[in-house]
Ligand binder design. Structure first.
Ligand SMILES: [Zn+2]
Length: 110
């Protein structure tokens, strides 16, 4: 039997990072939404154990959750919405003239 490969932390290097960020911005994550005059708002209790991220990672499986949390802490992203707001993402292929975050671009794809 092949040795089970080590679990990866959910970082920008992870192949599923885009999927993770999409879920984090979705209704079961921070439910990011646009509010007139305010901009993007997020649902977050600002808990340092990041319960939404933890739930998403547990659902995705095959992720080194403690290592992931450590990576976010190192970057100063102390809660779910901080990670969502950070927009840590693979470099976009091109920069659009209007101010859109990478995930809005990604989410608007069919
Ligand atoms: Zn927060």
């Amino acid at each position: 039997m092949k040795k089970k490969s080590a679990l990866l932390a959910m970082t920008t290097d992870h192949p599923e990072w885009g999927k993770f960020m999409a879920r984090l911005h979705g209704p079961r994550g921070c439910n990011a939404r646009q509010k007139k005059g305010v901009g993007t708002i997020y649902t977050c209790g600002h808990e340092s154990d990041r319960p939404r991220i933890r739930a998403i990672l547990q659902e995705m499986g095959d992720v080194d959750i403690p290592h992931t949390m450590g990576c976010f802490t190192k970057r100063g992203l102390m809660c779910d919405c901080a990670v969502a707001r950070s927009g840590i993402a693979p470099a976009p292929k091109r920069v659009l003239p209007e101010q859109r975050s990478w995930w809005e671009i990604m989410m608007s794809r069919p």
